[in-house]
Design a protein around this ligand. Structure first.
Ligand SMILES: [Mg+2]
Length: 359
C-alpha cells in the first residue's frame, strides 16, 4: 500500500471551559464545545482538524457535526492524500450544509499534506508575513466588567473589538471605557446583525459625535440585508465590513460588485479553505479591506487561520483571540503564541504546529 493512503480516522469532542462567557448580540458561548478529527496515513503521518460549532450564529449543532464528521471520515479511508485537492473538493461537496465539519476535514487534510512534506501551513500559503497579531474582544456586559477587562488587557493588545447591539446607551458607555483606557488603539465595532440600517446610522453618528470613530464596523445589519450595508457604506464615513453576510464566494462577489462594503471578514468556518483563498484574491484585487476572524476556536484552528492570513499576506485586521478566553486549553501552543496576541507563525515547523492533547 502507498504511504500516502488514508487508513485511519478518529472523531472526538474538543471541550474547554472559558474564563468568562463570550457574549455577542445574537447569543453567548459559555464554553468551547467543538469536535476534532485525526486522520492518519499508511506511512504513519497524522493530520488534525477542528470543527468550531457556533449554534447561535450558524444553527449547526455539535451532535450533527460529529455525526457528519464520522460519516465523511469513513468515506475518506482508502483515499490517497497525494490527491489532496480532489479530497478537498469531495469534502466540500459532502458538507456544504455543515461548514464547521467541512472546514474541520479540510484542515485535517491540509495539515496532513503539510506534515507529509515537512512544511508548515504558513509556508504552504506563501510565508508572506512572519507573524500576525490578534485583537482582543470586549464582549457584551456591564461598563464595570469592561473597565476591569481593559485593566487586564490594555498593556498587552493593540486592537480592541467591541461587541455592540443590545443596548444603545450601554454600548456607547462601554466604547468610551475602551477608548479612554486605550487612546491609541484601533477599534473594531461588531454588531453581529443587530441593527436596522436607520438604527445603525443613528448609533454610529452618535458615537462619532462623542468623539469615537471606529477603524472598522462589522455587520451592523441583518445577514441578507445587502442593501442596508450599501446604504451605510454610502451614508457613513466608516469602513463597513461584512461578516455574517459574507458566507460564500458568491455572497462576497455580490457584495463587492454592488459596492455594499469596504471590508470583508474571512472566516474559515464560513467559507472553508478553498473558497477563503478565492475570497482573499477577489478582495485584494478589488481594494477591499480584509479581516481574518474565527468562531469560538482553540489554538488548533486559530493557528490555521493565522497561518493562512500571514502566509497569504495583506490582511488589515486579525481577530483570532478566542484562545485567550480558554481555561486549560486541550491544544496548548506554548511559545508559538505570546500573551500579547502575537502568533509566531514563522516558527511553526510542520502543519499547523498544534497537536490536540485529546488523541
Ligand atoms: Mg463578526
Amino acid at each position: 500500500m502507498k504511504d500516502s493512503i488514508i487508513t485511519k480516522t478518529e472523531v472526538k469532542k474538543l471541550n474547554a471551559e472559558l474564563f468568562m462567557p463570550f457574549t455577542i448580540s445574537s447569543g453567548s458561548h459559555k464554553s468551547l464545545a467543538n469536535a476534532a478529527v485525526k486522520i492518519q496515513t499508511a506511512g504513519g503521518v497524522c493530520g488534525y482538524g477542528e470543527a468550531p460549532v457556533a449554534t447561535h450564529i450558524t444553527g449547526e449543532t455539535v451532535e450533527q457535526t460529529e455525526a457528519n464528521l464520522k460519516a465523511v471520515c469513513r468515506d475518506m479511508e482508502g483515499l490517497d492524500a497525494a490527491d489532496y485537492l480532489k479530497i478537498l473538493h469531495f469534502i466540500e461537496d459532502r458538507l456544504d450544509n455543515n461548514r464547521a465539519a467541512m472546514t474541520c476535514l479540510e484542515l485535517a487534510v491540509l495539515d496532513l499534506v503539510c506534515r507529509m512534506q515537512k512544511i508548515s501551513l504558513w509556508q504552504y500559503y506563501g510565508a508572506a508575513e512572519r507573524e500576525v497579531r490578534t485583537d482582543i474582544t470586549v464582549v457584551i456586559g456591564s461598563e464595570d466588567k469592561a473597565r476591569g477587562f481593559m485593566k487586564k488587557t490594555v498593556s498587552r493588545f493593540k486592537d480592541f473589538k467591541i461587541k455592540v447591539g443590545v443596548d444603545f446607551d450601554e454600548d456607547i458607555k462601554r466604547l468610551k471605557v475602551v477608548r479612554e483606557a486605550a487612546p491609541g488603539a484601533r477599534l473594531i465595532v461588531d454588531a453581529n446583525c443587530a441593527y436596522s440600517p436607520e438604527d445603525a446610522e443613528k448609533f454610529f453618528n452618535e458615537l462619532m459625535r462623542q468623539g469615537i470613530k471606529p477603524d472598522i464596523v462589522e455587520q451592523p445589519v441583518k445577514k441578507n440585508d445587502f442593501e442596508g450595508l450599501k446604504y451605510l457604506t454610502e451614508k457613513l464615513p466608516l469602513i463597513i465590513c461584512a461578516d455574517e453576510s459574507a458566507y460564500s464566494l458568491n455572497d462576497v462577489f455580490e457584495l463587492i460588485r454592488r459596492k455594499c462594503v469596504k471590508g470583508i471578514n474571512i472566516k474559515l468556518t464560513k467559507l472553508g479553505f478553498l473558497r477563503a483563498r478565492e475570497v482573499w484574491a477577489l478582495a485584494r484585487s478589488s481594494g477591499i479591506k480584509l479581516m481574518m476572524g474565527e468562531m469560538m476556536e482553540s489554538e488548533l484552528s486559530s493557528f490555521a487561520a493565522a497561518e493562512m492570513a500571514g502566509g497569504l499576506g495583506g490582511f488589515d485586521f486579525i481577530d483570532l483571540d478566542t484562545p485567550f478566553f480558554l481555561k486549560d486549553s486541550p491544544c496548548p501552543a506554548g511559545n508559538l503564541l505570546s500573551d500579547t496576541g502575537i502568533y509566531h507563525i514563522a516558527d511553526v515547523r510542520e502543519g499547523t504546529g498544534i497537536i490536540p492533547g485529546i488523541f
